[in-house]
Design a protein around this ligand. Structure first.
Ligand code: G1P
Ligand code: ZN
Length: 543
């Protein structure tokens, strides 16, 4: 089979964001667009000649076609073996695990995570390296530079690859291995958690719901929660993956996981609820009538990790992204283990994990995981909580409240402002960055500001420095506001404002975070002149 060299012209907009390249499906459908990006990955990021690569996606619209293009470009560039999840499906954490266990040179994940799907929705590609984690900022920058000057891509007329039959086939020089996307991941979960204990919990009448949001975790939940652990099949909501996620927004948050929320806040709610996102790396944990804040979830997991078989021997350290609540910092201090503060985006945790410095990490955006893979992991978090409930015999609210009584609470909420004109968002942030040095010692709405800065991170493992990672404003009472712009959107700009208030004890301990943070929300609007600069009088979304 011959390799063909096809001449092409650069597209100017292939700049990756927080997690790979995300664009509207119609943008990806332009002739040469996907080919250019894939070729740029090969040329700039990886020497894949003779290598094994893992590929799969979250099943969104264009997933199946993109896999075929990927196979042709892989063959054209001398890739020896492609390991693909059956039907082109692989959750992000399962892909990370496969890359590691199969010693692949890397992986290409076809996903736009929690962004909407369907022909009018979004598509995306994430690049993972041999460690199973996302490619570094500098590597993605090199890919972007390459896309700006690309003049040819290499392809071979292989396929179409039969995605539905597991096993090995040869397509010219390329071997394609179609694998069950769930099997190895499920085996890993069985090694980490006490499946017997969780099975007994369900056998004893414990009620629960899991919302797969018509995304990739449907088959994973059916195998692990239903077949192996005994959760009744009809307690898994939206279990069938659909190319448009059933028209929904596959993001496990109280607004988008509406089906689950209505069950959990209705009459006689189940005792446990959970959801995951498009590609299976996010999680939301609920108790009857309550959502566990992701920062609290990470803090609880850290405090109770030794209750779980896979973490019995304790944690080397923990990490959280900068905007994530500092609840876990308190636990780490009590356990006398290091707690790292990294920029937003999972890839910053990977060096710390590879270097053995941390075992658990998390982000406020409903992402938590551990050293078992190099991505965040939705179902893993669900199993962690179920295991905690099984060993302690306590309910979700009991676990959370006991935690707050012991460590105090960092009440956390986030407000997102969607700004149609991206330039206005950039301007707002630039003004904030310019004003930090003059803020310290001043007051905002009567509150003295103790610290204000632009977050910069120096990776302790490789020494790389990432600047402009958000603006932090901390008040005398340790309340904190963080401002940053989203790096995952495909249009306009989204200003994220993260609010956090420390409550030591007393009658406020269990009040809703949004209520507790209302004064901080006002302060944030005034510090950033949100109304004047954007014309928006209230957030587009409050999480
Ligand atoms: C968002 C989240 C971030 C997460 C990323 C990928 O990025 O805030 O924590 O790592 O999605 O899931 P953002 O849109 O804020 O750049
Ligand atoms: Zn995701």
């Amino acid at each position: 089979m011959s390799t063909e060299t096809v001449s092409t012209r650069p597209f100017p907009d292939q700049k990756p964001g927080t997690a790979g390249l995300r664009k509207k499906v119609v943008v990806f459908q332009q002739p040469g667009y996907l080919e250019n990006f894939l070729q740029s990955i090969v040329d700039a990021a990886g020497n894949y000649r003779g290598a094994t690569l893992v590929a799969g996606g979250d099943g969104r619209y264009f997933n199946d076609q993109a896999i075929q293009t990927l196979a042709r470009i892989a063959a054209g560039n001398g890739v020896e073996r492609l390991i693909i999840g059956r039907s082109g499906l692989l959750s992000t954490p399962a892909a990370s695990h496969l890359i590691r266990t199969r010693r692949a040179a890397g992986g290409l994940l076809l996903t736009a995570s929690h962004n909407p799907g369907g022909p009018d929705g979004d598509f995306g590609i994430k690049v993972n390296t041999a460690s199973g984690g996302q490619a570094s900022e500098s590597m993605m920058e090199a890919v972007y530079r390459h896309t700006r000057s690309i003049s040819r891509y290499l392809t071979a007329a292989v396929g179409p690859v039969d995605l539905d039959r597991t096993g090995e086939s040869r397509y010219g020089p390329l071997t394609v291995e179609i694998v069950d996307p769930v099997a190895e991941y499920a085996a890993l979960m069985e090694r980490l958690f006490d499946f017997g204990g969780i099975r007994s919990l369900f056998a004893g009448g414990f009620t629960a719901r899991y919302d797969a949001m018509h995304a990739v975790t449907g088959p994973y939940a059916s195998e692990i929660l239903h077949r192996r652990l005994g959760l009744p099949a009809d307690w898994i909501l939206n279990a069938v993956p659909l190319p448009d996620f059933g028209g929904g927004h596959p993001d496990p948050n109280p607004v988008d996981a509406a089906d689950l929320m209505s069950v959990m806040t209705g009459d006689d709610p189940p005792r446990f609820g959970a959801a995951s996102d498009g590609d299976g790396d996010r999680n939301m944990i609920l108790g009857p009538g309550m959502v566990v804040s992701p920062g609290d979830s990470l803090a609880v997991m850290t405090a109770m990790a030794t209750e779980i078989p896979g973490y019995r021997k304790g944690l080397a350290g923990v990490a959280r992204s900068m905007p994530t609540s500092r609840a876990v910092d308190r636990v780490a201090a009590a356990l006398d283990i290091p707690c790292y503060e990294t920029p937003t985006g999972w890839r910053f945790f990977c060096n710390l994990l590879d270097d053995g410095r941390i075992d658990l990490c998390g982000e406020e955006s409903f992402g938590t995981s551990s050293s078992h893979v190099r991505e965040k992991d939705g179902l893993w978090a669900v199993l962690f909580w179920l295991n905690l409930i099984a060993v302690t015999g306590k309910s979700v609210p009991e676990i959370i409240q006991a935690h707050w009584r012991r460590f105090g609470r960092n009440a956390f909420s986030r407000e997102d402002y969607f700004i149609a004109d991206a330039g206005i968002g950039d301007d707002l942030l630039a003004r904030l960055e310019a004003s930090v040095s003059t803020m310290i010692g001043t007051r905002c709405d009567g509150r003295p500001i103790r610290q204000a800065d632009v977050f910069e991170y120096e990776d302790p493992v490789d020494g790389s420095v990432s600047g402009h990672q958000g603006v932090r404003v901390v008040f005398e009472d340790d309340s904190r506001i963080v401002f940053r712009l989203s790096g995952t959107g495909t249009a306009g700009a989204t200003l994220r404002i993260y609010l956090e208030r420390r409550i030591e004890d007393g009658p406020l301990l269990c009040r809703p975070a949004v209520e507790l943070n209302a004064p901080l929300s006002q302060a944030a609007r005034s510090i950033a002149s949100v109304g004047d600069l954007t014309g928006l009088s209230s957030p587009t979304a409050t999480v």
